[in-house]
Design a protein around this ligand. Structure first.
Ligand code: ZN
Length: 282
């Protein structure tokens, strides 16, 4: 397989925004699954999923995670499913954050350290991270190591050295959060240069910096995440119409640069995914 393939991820919902911010934001399991499938049709091979309760608040409800997966698969979509374990960045207790692993994702986020996340502390203690990595290993769920700054690479290395995270390592840089690394060219170059050899990486960035940092990843040979979780706008002053609209633009730019979006199975091969979570039967 060509190394030029790019893994496009879509983060459809996140924990924070509401329909009052962008009416296209998916909230119900049906809306989240539809957004995932539409994005997959446009070239996303990974769908990063958070779920919400009926009122739109972030939730760690296992039944909702299961429902989203079931609805995605029922539409014949074989995208890699990546469930969040962030618990809304400090909104729920640690136990609830493990819930989504029981729904059988192939990937799940592992936020590799604590950070002042706007007004709150997003706490990811060493003990919690070790327990999360251990549970992922037992469940055959590959961690997507989310790093908000370069110190989190060091935290993750502790888990890697303990054998709790297996290669190939898959990093997601989350840039532009106040309290984390800035969403700049210099930040991304520094982070990529700080990774252990053989690492695979992707980048997402908050707000209007999403597109320029995604483009930088295309150019640098990395992978990229888009979607309404990170950015509600298509361009300044114009709300995105859908997650799929953002994915379609990113796929278009990647192709123009000679980077064909990987299919889900190509992405599985690149990421070394060996679990059964990709099966079309839920
Ligand atoms: Zn997320």
């Amino acid at each position: 397989m060509s190394n030029d393939k790019i893994i496009l991820s879509v983060a459809t919902t996140g924990s924070w925004a509401l329909k009052s911010h962008n009416p296209a934001l998916p909230i119900t399991p049906g809306e989240i699954a539809r957004a995932a499938v539409e994005s997959w049709r446009e070239g996303a091979s990974v769908v990063h999923v958070h779920v919400r309760d009926d009122a739109g608040a972030m939730s760690c409800d296992l039944a909702r995670f299961r429902r989203v997966k079931e609805l995605i698969r029922a539409q014949g979509c074989d995208a890699i499913i990546n469930f969040s374990t962030s618990g809304g960045a400090g909104r729920v207790n640690e136990d609830e954050r493990f819930n989504s692993l029981a729904a059988g994702p192939e990937l799940a986020s592992l936020d590799a350290g604590s950070i002042n996340f706007n007004e709150r502390v997003f706490l990811n203690s060493p003990d919690f991270l070790e327990e999360l990595a251990r549970r992922m290993l037992e469940a055959h769920v590959k961690p997507e190591i989310e790093a908000f700054d370069s110190g989190m690479i060091g935290n993750a290395m502790t888990l890697i050295e303990k054998g709790l995270i297996k290669t190939p390592l898959w990093w997601q840089f989350v840039l532009g959060v106040k309290g984390g690394a800035a969403a700049t060219v210099r930040s991304l170059v520094h982070l990529v240069e700080s990774l252990p050899a053989g690492s695979l990486w992707s980048v997402c960035a908050v707000g209007w910096r999403q597109l320029p940092l995604n483009v930088q990843a295309i150019v640098m040979g990395g992978h990229a995440r888009t979607g309404l979780e990170d950015n509600l706008y298509y361009r300044r002053g114009e709300l995105a119409q859908s997650n799929a609209q953002l994915v379609a633009r990113l796929a278009r730019i990647a192709r123009e640069c000679g980077r064909e979006p990987a299919t889900p199975n190509e992405a599985r091969e690149i990421l070394g995914l060996t679990g059964t979570g990709g099966s079309l039967s839920p």
